[in-house]
Design a protein around this ligand. Structure first.
Ligand code: NDP
Ligand code: HSE
Length: 427
């Protein structure tokens, strides 16, 4: 059989991992699949980096777009972002090359157009590495669970923030130091605010939701809140007083016939399996109507795990498996997306109040007026500039009511700082 020729555009963290894997495991792959995978070209702005990986000069390019003139069967886009990467993928598809990408930001916002373009040109667009790093979660959802009606997807989908939260929780390391280390380890996006503010996880849950619920979901359809205003105090109170662990959780589920897609810091019971997913590890819990709950776990970022997922797509293509997204995504959309105001959840509320008699009663009165039922309440003795944290958890309530109640409470003369709010998922 003729070798399957791949061109790699972008040789940063993931691209260099792919080159290394294809070289180091070349004979193993050939033995397994009965076909040789050949590197047709590698392009990066820094050609020296490419040469150091042992790629000959005649296969080295300083621009992915220019490299498209080289002969190949598939192009692997590992540049990132939504400008050059988009142009490169469009151009490759129009030239009838299969494309493999790890670019969830691009898929979340332009996936629909790109998959239609791939279809028009009779080629495939594969994207296993776009969600969950090395975890084969796309394949599991698209193929392994294909016979199930999906009920819900819960995921810890961002390695950087999970790494930061773990370092803060377990080692007391501050946010900035943990983020710098995540960047050094190659986990973070080129713009790390995408990780920290929840957008990277939003891109990923948009991709998973599209596959799971047969409806294109874009970033704008996802309610997003990041971890930047989370404090060590809330992490500590959640664990010590209520038995919750805080995770940046991505959730996608059908509620009252509408699709609810959200990413936010979430308190989950410490004995739930997702609570023990730490560091750069990701996990995704997918519930199907026949299979029940299934769980996928592994390293969610970094050179080697991500390269593993990219190479699985390349091999699929070499084997002639070009299945990419479900057929229903090329038809009319049916499911409506819920407005964030309509979400129903239990809440953790931390008020910062003056330490005076009657404060709890005044807060309680406002909550009661909005029909929000308190499950537990406590006052932490710790004074912060004359004020104390008053913490409550609620029974399930509508987000709109909670928001309105908090706006009112924050105007009380006994409240000295905006209230910190976190949703709780009992799972
Ligand atoms: P990097 O920034 O490490 O690598 C991207 C590389 O592409 C850089 O070396 C960049 O050069 C180069 N580049 C920029 N423009 C061009 C161009 N026109 N032609 C060729 N090369 C170019 O990013 P990552 O490897 O971390 O990420 C790549 C993609 O994979 C992104 O979409 C990311 O979201 C995704 N991803 C990353 C994971 C990770 O763990 N890092 C995990 C899963 C997905 P320069 O630096 O000079 O701009
Ligand atoms: N920045 C991403 C993360 C890379 O930390 O999860 C993997 O997609």
């Amino acid at each position: 059989m003729t070798p399957f020729r791949v061109g790699i555009a972008g040789c940063g963290t993931v691209g260099s991992g792919v080159v290394k894997l294809l070289k180091e495991n070349a004979s193993l792959i050939e033995k397994r699949i009965g076909r040789k995978i050949e590197i047709a070209f590698v392009a990066d702005r820094d050609t020296e980096k490419v040469r150091k990986l042992g790629i000959p000069a005649d296969k080295t390019y300083n621009d992915g777009l220019k490299a498209l003139s080289a002969e190949c069967d598939a192009v692997v886009e590992l540049i990132g972002g939504t400008t050059v990467a988009k142009r490169l993928i469009e151009e490759a598809l129009k030239r009838k090359k299969h494309v493999v990408t790890a670019n969830k930001a691009l898929l979340a916002d332009f996936g629909r157009d790109l998959f239609f373009l791939a279809r028009e040109n009779g080629v495939s667009l594969k994207f296993e590495a776009s969600v969950g790093g090395g975890i084969p979660v796309i394949k599991a959802l698209r193929e392994g669970l294909v016979g199930n009606r999906i009920k819900a997807v819960y995921g810890i989908l961002n390695g950087t923030t999970n790494y930061i939260l773990t370092e803060m929780t377990e080692k007391g390391i501050d946010f900035e130091t943990a983020l710098k280390e995540a960047q050094r380890l190659g986990y973070a996006e080129a713009d790390p605010t995408l990780d920290v503010e929840g957008f990277d996880a939003a891109h990923k849950i948009a991709v998973l939701s599209s596959l799971a619920f047969c409806r294109w979901v874009k970033t704008e359809n996802v309610y997003v809140k990041g971890i930047s205003d989370l404090t060590p105090l809330d992490i500590e109170i959640a664990k010590e007083e209520f038995g919750y662990v805080v995770k940046l959780l991505a959730i996608s589920k059908v509620t009252d016939g509408n699709l609810e897609v959200r990413v936010h810091p979430t308190m989950i019971p410490e004995d739930h399996i997702l609570a023990s997913v730490n560091g750069v590890f990701n996990a995704c819990l997918i519930e199907g109507d026949f299979v029940g709950e299934t769980l996928y776990y592994g390293k969610g970022a970094g050179e080697k795990p991500t390269a593993s997922a990219v190479v699985s797509d390349i091999i699929d293509l070499a084997l002639g498996n070009s299945y990419s997204v479900p057929e229903c995504l090329f038809k009319e959309e049916e499911l409506k997306i819920s407005e964030p105001d309509e979400f129903i959840s239990s809440f953790y509320l931390r008020f910062t109040a003056l330490d005076r008699p009657g404060v709890l009663a005044r807060i309680g009165e406002v909550l009661a007026r909005y029909n929000i039922s308190i499950r537990m309440a406590l006052q932490k003795g710790r004074q912060i500039k004359g004020a104390v944290p008053v913490v409550m958890t609620t029974h399930p309530a509508r987000k709109r009511e909670v928001q309105k109640a908090i706006e009112e409470i924050d105007k009380l003369d006994v409240i000295v700082k905006p209230t910190f709010v976190c949703m709780i998922e009992e799972l």
